[in-house]
Design a protein around this ligand. Sequence first.
Ligand code: ZN
Length: 478
Amino acid sequence: MKKKLFCLFLALIILCLAACNTNKTREPEPPPGDPPPVVLVPPEYHATIEYGEPDLITDNKGPLWAYIRFPVAGTAATDEVIAEWARSVYKNASDEIAELRKSDPDAEGEVNVQFDSYLVDGRYAGILENGMFTNSHLAHPIGIVRTFNIDTKSGKMLSNTDILDYSKLESIFGVLRDSIVADYPDITDQFGEMDEKWLEHITVGHDGIIVVLERGMFLPGYLGTLKITLSYDKLNKAFILGEDPEPTQPPAQTPTDPPVNPAIPIVPPQSGDIDPSKPMIALTFDDGPSRYTAQILDILERYGARATFCIVGNLVSARSDTVKRASGLGCEIIGHSWDHRDLSKLTAGEITKQLGDTSAAIESITGIYPKLFRPPYGAVSGTLKSTSAELGYALINWSVDPLDWSSRNADKVYNEIMNNVNNKAIVLSHDLYGSTADAMERVIPELIAQGYQLVTVSELMYYSNITIEAGVVYNSGK
Ligand code: ZN
């Protein structure tokens, strides 16, 4: 399995290299004025998480910046298949960068994968992993797509032939063609010979079977990666999984336009219970909200402490209660981009959307539109700074990094923080790991015992007499 995936990944890379380097004219030109979609995860994407809790393989140090999100449901056998796939994505991307660095020591890359999971009929789980890999030698990112289907009753993975009746392929292809043409009327004559490869990436969904067609593999590349739903009605007897699931609608997501907030300077909220003459620290937690956020909130609440949560926009709607609770406890909620892309590699337009959509999602839950954000990986570019300045956002990095994503060990996280904190520090951690939450059980009371006030980033800045300015990067209250 592992070897096969590796080969597939290599083949994809080779295909793309060939397409990019040797035959740029093979792809039809996109319609004028219509930029080509590249990845399946547009900034307005909201993660749908109906099965499993998000886990993450991440690398915050480079030269491969990684953010690979995948579900863990507590069912060892199927969890392991998915985790193994996620690890292979990381390893293959990492190997690729290591290979490139043999001839180009500056080569670096980014791998970013998200997932949606659907629980259909209370029994069948469909998981769609999608994202991209890019590196400094590629002209375009390479799409990454993988689907998994699970019968949660038996705890077994489902194969595509458990879901669709392959003796009815012609009728399935007919439904697929009709569904594509309904969305893209111009491409009626471009299907060619269809074969089983078109159905490689399928998942059960609420309205039908979701088919993912990778960019340029089947249809003109300018269409991007396509996600097509084949309705259960239309598939009729070709859909053979159990009984026809009741088509239920997942909760509606309303995409919001990014409001422009050019107001400068940024005036942060303060709680009024802080003694400016005493030392203070801002604990910050990135990459949530997650299943461990509540444990950290419990600890903060127990000790009357506050922290700042730097959250990923597309996870907000799946855990809005947690975000609301954090805000209610006086914690500060700021953005950490919409989908954890490395913002230092994006254009001004893309950055605008990432920041605006995330702040709007936070505002819809907390009532506060944050003008601070933490850039993923702490990565900052000139464009990111100038765009932030224009839009009125300030960038918050950190001065203490316990590398909790790397050690995943509560003792190490505790020691790293306690050995390195000082007055006015901003401490980076991730509320995505049980080990980090466990470390906080000791870190928070110990810091308080040492005389530190645990405050939000805005409070730290305010009581440090720092006027927060748009477009500026802050690492501490010093
Ligand atoms: Zn992060």
